[in-house]
Ligand binder design. Structure first.
Ligand code: S3P
Length: 436
């Protein structure tokens, strides 16, 4: 695994388009596989996580054709998946594992879902319990962890209130609901990203939505269709943050997803005084998209808590790492879920920020990061713990430090943002990062 040296300073200037949205790509791939006919998906995410979803679908007998700017998935219909000859390997991708578990629970064959050492520490009871209520038979290690051994059965619909705010849990149950006769209802305590609901409707399923609830009519006929994935807004937030660390920066990210369930972090940055301009240019398949422009400007700092923490769960590492670049610092509360992501992100952030000389304190459900001090952050050896978002968040924090830093195993950024360091280098006025 390659390390990356971060040389501080410079300014970000110009325009960027980003790899396709990871969350949307997973959903389009899975629904295209279950549809009748072919779906051509343009700008499908290049992220490693989405490649895992595609290889799992191939192991289930689905044909996937890959071209540089698009993929084509030849759907097999709701009942067309085949017994996989191998264990299905989700790699680092919790989304692949949890969403496919919903699909596999309703098949007429048995299967095993597994992943890398990080995924094997991710909690699964949150899907195993409700799927079991639908009639599924699933064995998990210690009742909680992958590998999941799934014995396919005929599922029954349920009404389920998710105790944790999780789009993956909601999506898992809605996908399982495709195979159950009748209406499956999922109610969530806090609205999470709604890409599954939008994509199901786009593929022809009947889905009704109420406040905090999605109700899916089971056994629909899904129809393959052309699709286009917007740039990943979660990736855009890293570049925006870089522009807010480096004075003189001015950056526009083009054609990025602007689904309102995903833009809370941009709104939070604007509320802290960031000069941000968001322009919605259109909506495709229910997904708003457009351009985000940002200039350097001083940040006030603030607190993220309650429902807001769930809405910007993937952006919290970047916001925390911006703490030392704000006047009042950043406090994150009500974000216990950060402990069970690709790493324990609360511990990883507090540890790595302290290595740079920031004052950061881990809390049970979040962290506090002190604001700007007279002396800048120092350079550090950063251990991202194999977590793409920690690697990228700390790389951005390191751009504003007094001395060089090294991000160990920086390749993990490719889990969601392949080409992240190259993209930064291109936008920076002079070369800042280097493989070591
Ligand atoms: C995702 C949902 C979130 C998020 C993950 C992607 C999705 O996870 O952190 O990166 O695509 O549904 P949870 O549902 O576990 O919060």
């Amino acid at each position: 695994m390659a390390d990356r040296k971060i040389v501080p300073g410079g300014a970000l200037r110009g325009e960027a388009t980003l790899p396709g949205d990871k969350s949307i790509s997973h959903r389009y791939a899975i629904l295209a596989a279950l549809a009748e006919g072919a779906s051509e998906i343009r700008h499908f995410a290049a992220a490693d996580d989405c490649a895992r979803t595609l290889s799992c679908l191939e192991a289930l007998g689905v044909e996937v054709r890959r071209e540089p700017d698009r993929i084509t998935i030849v759907g097999v219909g709701l009942d067309g998946l085949r017994t996989p000859g191998v264990d299905l390997d989700a790699g680092n991708s919790g989304t692949t594992l949890r969403m496919l578990a919903g699909v596999l629970a309703g098949q007429r064959f048995d299967s095993t879902l597994t992943g890398d050492s990080s995924v094997q520490r991710r909690p699964m009871r949150r899907i195993v319990d409700p799927l079991t209520r639908m009639g599924a038979r699933i064995e998990a290690r210690d009742g909680e962890y992958p590998p999941l051994r799934i014995h396919g059965v005929a599922l029954r619909p349920i009404r389920y209130e998710t105790p944790v705010p999780s789009a993956q849990v909601k999506s898992c149950l809605l996908l399982a609901g495709l195979f159950a006769e009748g209406a499956t209802t999922v109610v969530e305590p806090v609205p999470t990203r709604d890409h599954t609901e939008l994509a199901l409707t786009e593929f022809g399923a009947r889905l009704a939505r109420g406040p905090g609830a999605a109700i899916l009519a089971g056994r629909p006929r899904l129809a393959g269709r052309p699709l286009d994935v917007p740039g990943d807004v979660s990736s855009a937030v890293f570049l925006m943050a870089a522009a807010l660390v480096l004075p003189g920066s001015e950056l526009t990210v083009r054609d990025v997803g602007l689904n309102p369930t995903r833009t809370a972090a941009i709104e939070f940055l604007a509320s802290m005084g960031a000069p941000v301009n968001v322009t919605v240019t259109g909506t495709i398949a229910g997904e708003a998209r457009g351009d985000v422009a940002v200039r350097y400007g001083p940040l006030e700092g603030g607190v993220v808590s309650g429902a807001a923490s769930a809405k910007m769960i993937d952006e919290l590492p970047m916001l925390a790492a911006l703490g030392p670049y704000t006047r009042r610092g950043i406090t994150i509360l009500d974000a216990r879920e950060l402990r069970v992501k690709e790493s324990d992100r609360i511990a990883a952030l507090a540890d790595n920020l302290r290595r740079m000389g920031a004052r950061a304190e881990a809390l049970a459900d979040g962290l506090t990061v002190a604001g700007r001090r007279p002396e800048p952050l120092g350079g550090a050896e950063i251990d991202p713990r194999g977590d793409h978002r920690i690697a990228m968040a700390m790389a951005i924090a390191a751009l504003g430090a007094a001395r060089d830093s090294t991000i160990h195993d920086a390749d993990c950024a490719a889990v969601s943002f392949p080409g992240f360091f190259e993209c930064l280098d291109r936008l920076l006025e002079r070369r800042q990062t280097a493989s070591t």
